[in-house]
Design a protein around this ligand. Structure first.
Ligand SMILES: [Zn+2]
Ligand SMILES: [Zn+2]
Length: 546
C-alpha cells in the first residue's frame, strides 16, 4: 500500500488559519481554508492567510476543499485559495450560505462549484472518500471530517464540543464516531483549544439560563454582544426576550445578514413581530427592548465599539443600559475589549461579563470531552491541532495518561508532514511556510520588508534626505533633511547634513558620479549621525538630484 500523508498548512501549533492537505497517491483533499488575525506587530494587516504555494504548484491533484464550519478561522481564506486553485467547495447548506456573499466580493461565484453535502453522506474524491459527521459547536451545522483512506480513517474533529443539550436539539453524532472507531481510525487530528480546562464544558443552554436570571432584573435596555455567527446564543436571547415581554433589534450589518440567512434556512426561529428595526427599538420603553450587537472582540469598526465612543448615530448607550458581554476574548484581543468595556462604564452602562449562571459557553470541548472523543474513536495515532504548542503538549500528556504509546503521538506544526505507511508513522520537515499578510484593501500582500518599514516608521519616524549634486564636480550643492514623526528635533538633522558633505568630499570623482555608491554613503552617514546625536533610528529615505 502507498502512503497517506497529512500536511497542515495552517492551524497546527496555532489557533487560527486552519488548512490541512490529506494526500494519497495522486489525490489531494483540502480540509478548511481559514484566516488568522494580525498581531500588534503587524500594522496595516487586515488578515493573515496560509501560504498556499505548494497547493498551487500541485493544483492538478487537488480534488476539492471541504469546510467543516463557517467560522472565519476555517473559511476566511477561501477566496484567495479559489483564485488560484478552482476546485469544488464541499460544505453543508448553512456553511455554503454563509460564505457565498463573502466570496462574491472578490470572485465571480458563477465560476465556482459548490457541492452541498449532508452529514453521513460519503463523497468520492479520487481514491479517497470523505464524510461529514455532525458535531456541536458555537455555529450551526458544524462537522467533523472523516477521510477514508487506504490506511483507515483520517479523522479531523474540526471544532467541537460534546454538548448533551444543544439549543437545536442536535447533539454530536456519538454513534457515528463509535462506529468509525470500530472500523479503524488510523489517526485523530483533534481540536485541543480547551484542553487546559478540566472537566466537561457547560452546555450552550447554560447561557440561556444566565439570560433568564438577568433579563427580569434589568430595569432598562439590555444590549447583548456576541459573535455574529453564534446563532444559538442569539436564539436564546430571542426566546428569553419573548418570555420577558421585550422585542429584539439588531445593530451590526454582519449580524443582520447572519440572522437573515439562518431564519431563511429555519435555523433560527423568530416569532412574528418580535424582531423590530433598530430605529423603532430606540424609541420604545427601555424595559421592552433587547439589542443584539457585534463588537465582542473590540473590533474598531463594530457597532459596540462605535457606541462606546459615542459615534454610533443609530444608538446611544446611556445610564440604565445593561450590556451583556456574551463571548470570550480571542487571545490577543483582551486590551481593546477592556478599553471598550471601560468606555461603556463611563457612559453609565452596567457591563456584565462574569455571571452565575454564565452568559457565555465555549464552543470547544473541555478535557473530559476531548478524552471521550479519543475513547470513542480509538485512533492508532494521535495528533492534536487547533491549539498552540502548550495546548498540544497538554493534550499529549492526557493521551499518555490514557496509555497511548509515545511513538503514536505527534505535535505537528505547519509545513511538517505526518506520513503514514504500512508499518509506522513519522514526520518530515516538508515546507518552510511564511504566513501571507493581506492589507486593508484585501487585495495586496504585505511583505516582511514592508512590515519592518512600517514598524520602524511607527516607532521612530522617518527622515527623507534630498541631496542636490553638482553635475560637474559630483559634490553636494545642497543637502536637505525632512523629518516626519521623528522626535529627535532638528539638531541631529543638521549634524547628518554636515556628515553627508564631509563624507562625499572623501569620495573619488568616479565614486561621486555613481548613484549607488553615493546613496550608500549618504544613508550610512545619516544613520550614524542621527543615532549618535539622538539615540534614534528613524526610517531613512534618500533622493539624489543631479
Ligand atoms: Zn469554530
Ligand atoms: Zn476554529
Amino acid at each position: 500500500m502507498g502512503r497517506v500523508e497529512i500536511l497542515p498548512l495552517g492551524g497546527a501549533g496555532e489557533i487560527g488559519r486552519n488548512c490541512t492537505a490529506i494526500i494519497q497517491g495522486d489525490d489531494i483533499v483540502v480540509v478548511d481554508c481559514g484566516i488568522s488575525f494580525p498581531n500588534e506587530e503587524q500594522p496595516g494587516v487586515q488578515v493573515v492567510i496560509p501560504d498556499f504555494s505548494w497547493l498551487v504548484e500541485n493544483r492538478a491533484k487537488v480534488r476539492g476543499v471541504f469546510l467543516t464550519h463557517a467560522h472565519e478561522d476555517h473559511v476566511g481564506a477561501l477566496s484567495w485559495f479559489l483564485d488560484d486553485v478552482n476546485v469544488p467547495v464541499f460544505a453543508t447548506e448553512f456553511t455554503h450560505a454563509m460564505i457565498r456573499d463573502k466570496l462574491a466580493e472578490r470572485l465571480d461565484i458563477r465560476k465556482l462549484k459548490f457541492v452541498t453535502i449532508k452529514h453521513g453522506e460519503l463523497i468520492e474524491v479520487g481514491a479517497m472518500k470523505v464524510e461529514f459527521i455532525h458535531v456541536t459547536h458555537s455555529i450551526p451545522d458544524s462537522s467533523a471530517c472523516a477521510i477514508h483512506t487506504d490506511h483507515g480513517v483520517v479523522l479531523m474533529t474540526g471544532d467541537f464540543k460534546l454538548d448533551p443539550t444543544p439549543v437545536d436539539h442536535r447533539p454530536t453524532d456519538l454513534a457515528r464516531f463509535d462506529a468509525l472507531g470500530k472500523s479503524g481510525v488510523v489517526v485523530l487530528l483533534s481540536d485541543s483549544t480547551n484542553v487546559d480546562r478540566t472537566g466537561w464544558g457547560p452546555s450552550e443552554m447554560r447561557a440561556g439560563e444566565g439570560f433568564r436570571t438577568i433579563f427580569p432584573e434589568a430595569k432598562g435596555r439590555i444590549l447583548i454582544t456576541t459573535f455574529a455567527s453564534n446563532l444559538h446564543r442569539m436564539q436564546q436571547a430571542i426566546d428569553v426576550a419573548q418570555e420577558t415581554g421585550r422585542v429584539v433589534a439588531v445593530a451590526g450589518r454582519r449580524m443582520e445578514q447572519t440572522i437573515d440567512i439562518a431564519s431563511n434556512l429555519g435555523i433560527v426561529r423568530i416569532p412574528k413581530g418580535l424582531l423590530v428595526p433598530l430605529e423603532q427599538a430606540v424609541e420604545m420603553e427601555p424595559d421592552k427592548v433587547v439589542l443584539l450587537t457585534t463588537g465582542s472582540q473590540g473590533e474598531p469598526r463594530s457597532a459596540l465599539v462605535q457606541m462606546s465612543h459615542g459615534t454610533y448615530s443609530r444608538l446611544r448607550v446611556r445610564e440604565g443600559d445593561t450590556i451583556l458581554y456574551s463571548a470570550r476574548a480571542i487571545p490577543g484581543n483582551e486590551a481593546p475589549i477592556w478599553r471598550t468595556i471601560n468606555r461603556l462604564y463611563r457612559l453609565g452602562a452596567n457591563v456584565v461579563f462574569h455571571h452565575d449562571p454564565p452568559i457565555h459557553a465555549s464552543g470547544h470541548g473541555y478535557q473530559d470531552e476531548l478524552r471521550k472523543m479519543i475513547e470513542l474513536t480509538k485512533p492508532f495515532y494521535l495528533a492534536p491541532v487547533h491549539g498552540e504548542p502548550r495546548h498540544q503538549h497538554l493534550y499529549l500528556e492526557m493521551a499518555r495518561h490514557m496509555r497511548h504509546p509515545e511513538h503514536r503521538l505527534f505535535a505537528l506544526h505547519d509545513g511538517q508532514k505526518l506520513i503514514i505507511d504500512d508499518t509506522e508513522a513519522f514526520t518530515e520537515e516538508f515546507l518552510s511556510l511564511e504566513p501571507v499578510l493581506i492589507d486593508d484593501s484585501y487585495r495586496q500582500t504585505v511583505t516582511g520588508d514592508m512590515l519592518q518599514e512600517k514598524n520602524t516608521m511607527a516607532e521612530q519616524g522617518m527622515v527623507i534626505i534630498v541631496v542636490v549634486i553638482d553635475p560637474d564636480t559630483g559634490l553636494p550643492e545642497e543637502v536637505q533633511l525632512d523629518a516626519k514623526g521623528f522626535s529627535g528635533g532638528s539638531a541631529p538633522l543638521r549634524t547628518a547634513s554636515q556628515w553627508v558633505h564631509d563624507r562625499m568630499k572623501g569620495l573619488s570623482k568616479a565614486e561621486r558620479m555613481d548613484d549607488k555608491t553615493v546613496e550608500g554613503v549618504v544613508l550610512e552617514a545619516c544613520r550614524i549621525a542621527i543615532h549618535k546625536t539622538s539615540k534614534l533610528r528613524p526610517l531613512l529615505h534618500c533622493i539624489l538630484i543631479r
